[in-house]
Design a protein around this ligand. Structure first.
Ligand code: URA
Length: 410
């Protein structure tokens, strides 16, 4: 296949044949097509879009770039959830162990930070020793033992998404419906699920800025799921302010532990239960009880220990990753907090080093924002609205430039 003509045709708005898409993705996953051509093609897709046939072909090609999980006959129901990405969205860390308490299997494949949004893998990797690359046999044995595994794309599990995801993160090609559909659904289809719930975000901190675009994304993902035999349910949820009170890798692990130990913030607990009940055979009241009484926390400890970490480290994660510079932003006057802009908080987190600018960048696990106040509340002059955790004064200044525009009091 002549790759420049393939890119050119998408650039000019033509429909690509499924067989060509399959060949391109397989070639990219094998390392035969360089990143610069894949980046140009992704930008062409960003501007020209894809038909439903092309999107379906891309999703299947990405799923089939690696192995598809095969589960033993008679194994429990396989369920999962995936978010289209938000700021402070640590739901997966809570929901995966919670769902596993119900007796289902949760074979969760996640990604790293993408654009301004955080990624489950980066959060998990802030836990010393936690391994997210698991061999098939190991993942299966863990599922049989504790019902949950949280892993990343590898060279044999969705390798095309592993590469394209990292490339999109740093080439401004994330907010494209077909690319998001294929990225999310290839991972979920590789898990061979029975049921999937999708948390489709809209608003300033989401890739889809409007509810209408989020609905189009949800419809496209549900269509691919149904076509491939997975019961797929989508929920549309706003992302105009960060979820919970933290954004940043170790800070979010800390807040997840708080939630698993029954001390979670209201919005985070409510969203976790909303999503969990969509795929769970267990009623919401029971799920809420397991979150409050330590049952989900005990499952989390099993999960962390099974994947090489120490549960006790997750309780002291803020001591392990302590930011040298901590600065508070305080309310300049009393009034109602009307805005805590998710996009600007996300940009501040990237400026602090919690996200990447190049694929080779390491993330700073300690960096981020904590004590993020919720909108709609009355705040008193001088009250803390957000605490910045920074590596140094330079990144602090870069973050402040975003954060001062993020907050409004009426
Ligand atoms: N999550 C993913 O896995 N991929 C995307 O493209 C967006 C969110």
């Amino acid at each position: 296949m002549h790759i420049p003509s393939f890119i050119e045709r998408k650039r000019d708005g033509h429909e690509l044949a499924p067989v060509e898409i399959t060949e391109f993705i397989a070639g990219y996953a094998r390392g035969e097509i360089p990143d610069y051509q894949a980046a140009a093609w992704a930008m062409a897709v960003f501007f020209s879009g894809m038909t439903a046939t092309e999107t379906g072909a891309l999703t299947r090609a990405m799923r089939d770039s690696g192995r598809v999980c095969r589960w033993p006959a008679g194994s429990p129901l396989k369920v999962d959830k995936h978010s289209t990405g938000g700021i402070g969205d640590k739901v997966s860390l809570i929901l995966a162990p919670l769902l596993a308490c119900t007796g289902v299997w949760v074979p969760m494949i996640s990604g790293r930070g993408l654009g301004i949004t955080g990624g489950t893998l980066d959060k998990l990797e802030s836990i010393p020793g936690f391994r997210t690359a698991l061999a098939e046999g190991e993942a299966l044995a863990q599922l049989a033992r504790i019902g949950v595994v949280m892993m990343g794309q590898t060279t044999d599990l969705c390798p095309a998404d592993k590469k394209l995801y990292a490339l999109r993160d740093v080439t401004a090609t994330v907010p494209s419906i077909p690319l998001i559909v294929a990225s999310i659904m290839s991972k979920k289809l590789a898990e061979s699920l029975d049921r999937l719930v999708l948390d489709v975000k809209f608003g300033s901190g989401a890739f889809m800025k409007t509810r209408a675009d989020a609905q189009a994304l949800a419809d496209a993902m549900c269509a691919v799921g149904a076509e491939c035999g997975v019961e797929t349910i989508a929920m549309l949820n706003p992302m105009d302010e960060p979820l919970g009170h933290t954004a940043g890798n170790a800070l979010e692990v800390w807040e997840s532990v708080e939630t698993l130990q029954g001390r979670g913030p209201e919005d985070l607990v409510a969203l976790t239960l909303d999503l969990a009940e969509k795929v769970s055979p267990t009623p919401r009241a029971q799920l809420a009880k397991w979150l409050a009484d330590g049952t989900a926390w005990r499952k989390w400890t099993q999960l962390v220990e099974a994947q090489g970490g120490r549960a006790a480290d997750t309780e002291r994660i803020l001591e392990i990753h302590r930011a040298p510079v901590i600065r508070q932003i305080r309310a300049e006057r009393s009034g109602t907090l009307t805005r805590m802009d998710a996009e600007l908080v996300g940009r501040a987190c990237v400026a602090l080093g919690a996200g990447r600018a190049k694929t080779s960048d390491a993330v700073d696990f300690a960096a981020g924002c904590a004590d993020i106040a919720k909108t709609g509340r009355h705040v008193a002059a001088g009250e803390t609205l957000l605490t910045i955790h920074a590596r140094d004064e330079v990144t602090l200044a870069a973050a402040l430039a975003f954060l001062h525009r993020a907050i409004e009091i009426a």
